[in-house]
Design a protein around this ligand. Structure first.
Ligand code: ATP
Ligand code: MG
Ligand code: MG
Length: 351
């Protein structure tokens, strides 16, 4: 059988590996030492640093194809993998790892981000707040996730209370949105593109809390325009695999937030809620198999993240609700605000 290599070791990789196993593949993971919950479900796992060229070569020699579940894998590590083995193409990583590049790239393809400015110094921060105004958000250009590395500026006067952290940042205007949604697509080697339905995403403290289908009418009215942008991004990158773009639904149409060149938290509902999950279709795409239908199979779907200490009592839902689908990621530490699992509920009951 074939072996799929996955760079990264988190829950996205764990769910990718489970989908790969169902299709008869073996999975080998690679990530620096840590709480690598993907390792539990892998055939083999390299706990080695991103700078370890010998280990990366040994990893690649065991694989037939290599993908990633983590968008901040250093490009220097990805470059150690023979290019013909990689899917998607690493150019997607280079763009998505930098908020400034990402916004410019999507803007050139016709997408509309919030007003933004590059910030590389205290002076540039002051100038950005002056030009764009407040409220706004200062975000580190690289390495942020789950709302980490972001500082909200409530008013122009309040800007003094936010310090420029010293590394490259983006300041962006705060978007008055009616709702948030994401476009998740899969593109095959042959260029076939399929979209899952866009759920309505609610965030709490900068982190996804719930994804719900059907989405509001506001979102439904903006999905086609957002898909148009996402498709252009996928084509421009000659992308193979699952790609996600996050949007704000505003009074004036969809505003692009950010992209993720990978499976996405807002697509976890697809495991039970769609004919083919985002994880299975990513595996199919990178292995060159035909894609499966992305159709939603239920009238209502809700995915809720289990965060932090809530994981300790999460099993109680099994007694309360025989239709709840519980997913726990097996993380050893429930320390502050980590994503520990999720629960999905699907139903065809009349609304
Ligand atoms: P992740 O990659 O885990 O989705 P992240 O750290 O990259 O998170 P963002 O997507 O930039 O974070 O922001 C997280 C959330 O914060 C958004 O989904 C949205 O709810 C809010 N947010 C971020 N930027 C803005 C903005 N410009 N205007 C309004 N809300 C925003
Ligand atoms: Mg992000
Ligand atoms: Mg986000």
């Amino acid at each position: 059988g074939s072996t799929i290599g996955v760079l990264g070791g988190g829950q996205l990789g764990r769910m990718l590996a489970m989908a790969a196993a169902q299709l008869g593949y073996r999975v080998t993971g690679y990530a620096p030492p840590g709480d690598n919950v993907m390792a539990d479900v892998c055939h083999d796992f390299f706990e080695k640093g991103w700078g370890d060229k010998v280990a990366l070569a040994a990893f690649a020699s065991k694989c037939d194809v290599v993908t990633w579940e983590f968008e901040n894998v250093p490009l220097s590590a990805v470059e150690m993998i023979p290019p013909h083995m990689l899917a998607p193409h690493p150019r997607a990583l280079g763009i998505a790892q930098d908020r400034l590049k990402e916004k410019r790239f999507v803007e050139e393809l016709g997408g509309r981000p919030a007003p933004y400015a590059s910030v590389g110094s205290d002076q540039e921060f002051a100038a950005a707040v002056e030009r764009i105004g407040a409220p706004g958000i200062l975000k580190t250009a690289r390495d942020g996730y789950d709302g980490k590395g972001q500082w909200r500026v409530a008013s122009v006067r309040d800007a003094d209370s936010v310090r420029f952290p010293g590394n490259a940042c983006v300041y962006e205007g705060f978007v008055t949105f009616e709702a948030e949604f994401s476009v998740i697509l899969v593109r095959s080697h042959d260029g076939e593109v399929l979209f899952w339905d866009s759920s309505e995403n609610v965030h709490e403290d900068g982190m996804l809390a719930t994804s719900t289908l059907p989405a509001s009418e506001t979102i439904a009215a903006q999905v086609d325009a957002a898909r148009g942008i996402a498709r252009k991004v996928a084509e421009a990158l000659q992308y193979v695999g699952v790609l996600t773009l996050e949007f704000f639904a505003t009074k004036d149409g969809p505003v692009f937030n950010e992209m993720a060149p990978r499976v996405h938290n807002s697509g976890h509902w697809t495991i039970e809620g769609a004919a083919t999950s985002q994880f299975e279709n990513h595996i199919r795409a990178v292995c060159g198999l035909p894609l499966g239908s992305t159709e939603t199979r239920f009238a209502q779907v809700e995915m809720r993240n289990i965060v932090g200490e809530d994981a300790l009592t999460a099993h109680t839902i099994l007694a309360e609700d025989g239709e709840a689908h519980l997913h726990l990621y097996g993380k050893k530490e429930a320390r502050g605000g980590r994503k520990m699992g999720h629960v999905t509920r699907v139903s065809n009951a009349a609304a």
